[in-house]
Write a protein that binds this ligand. Structure first.
Ligand code: G
Ligand code: G
Ligand code: MN
Ligand code: NA
Length: 253
């Protein structure tokens, strides 16, 4: 059986897992949020990463059911963490196909209300390509998502071709600077200049900036100095199962 054909049943049968990766405040190092990253615990092939099945799911439309499941799971997990005293948000990746699906806004509204999440606690990460596919449609959906209480983040920013005009017109809260620029910044002045320019642009448009792919202390120091608000990467944490995110004794006073 081919993987894509097995996917809808896998969602139903509880074979999907969500791992979570920390996002930390650049200034204090405090954990502000977690990015939800899906995995597939396949009965015969073992634990599969998203690269092995997300592209297939996108082509077969199974990505819609998959994303709604991740949304429900991550929102419930976030509510549980908050009830335990961790004041964190959660971010879910939304592919272009899902952004264009008319059921998304309701699924997001339900995830927020069912779990009693305050406005701005759930973030949706969309890619630039999703915005380019249908700019007007995307603008409408992003506005509706914010109206429903979600934040909107542009993932992998700088690799696509979002025009500055489009950025100004979209209801966007956050830019995630693509890790290719972040990884290169300590060696390459041109990449550091790009990070600084993207930070300045975002701040002037009242958006927050996440630097992703921070793999060492030197890069963390640099992108913090360049103005990034939030840092994410292996230097701080890898994606891990929910129960490994916070140690049992790690509940703030
Ligand atoms: O977890 P990992 O580092 O392997 O993620 C690889 C890619 O898979 C990333 O680009 C990430 O955005 C994507 N991805 C992870 N989880 C999801 C998901 O729930 N939905 C979608 N659409 N993409 C995801
Ligand atoms: O496209 P998106 O930003 O959603 O991708 C998230 C992916 O990036 C996940 O697969 C995650 O495992 C990976 N990732 C997270 N931190 C780092 C890092 O510091 N270095 C690298 N190379 N990949 C990372
Ligand atoms: Mn992402
Ligand atoms: Na990214």
């Amino acid at each position: 059986l081919r993987l894509h054909a097995e996917l809808p049943a896998a969602v139903q049968e509880g074979q999907l897992r969500v791992h979570y990766q920390r996002l930390v405040a650049a200034g204090t190092g405090r954990t502000l949020g977690l990015e939800a990253l899906v995995r597939w615990q396949h009965p015969t092939r073992g634990l599969l990463g998203p690269c092995a099945f997300v592209p297939l799911a996108e082509r077969s439309h199974a990505i819609v059911g998959l994303t709604h499941w991740v949304l429900r799971t991550a929102a419930a997990q976030c509510a549980a963490w908050r009830a335990a005293g961790h004041e964190v948000s959660v971010a879910v990746n939304v592919s272009p196909v899902v952004l264009g699906d008319p059921s998304l806004v309701n699924a997001v509204r339900r995830a927020i209300t069912t779990n009693g999440l305050a406005p701005g606690v759930l973030t949706l990460e969309v890619t630039e390509s999703a915005l380019l596919l249908d700019p007007e449609g995307a603008a409408t959906v992003l506005a509706a998502l914010r109206e429903a209480g979600a934040r909107v983040s542009i993932d992998d920013f700088g690799t696509g071709y979002t025009s500055l005009t489009m950025l100004r017109q979209l209801a966007v809260d956050e830019l995630k600077i693509d890790r290719s620029f972040v990884v290169a910044a300590p060696q390459a002045p041109a990449d550091a200049a790009i990070v600084r320019a993207l930070v300045d642009l975002a701040h002037r448009l009242s958006m927050h900036v996440v630097a992703e792919g921070v793999e060492d202390a030197r890069t963390a120091d640099l992108v913090r100095d360049l103005g990034a608000d939030v840092l994410q990467g292996y230097h701080f944490a890898r994606p891990v199962p929910a129960e490994e995110v916070f140690a049992p004794a790690d509940v703030p006073a």
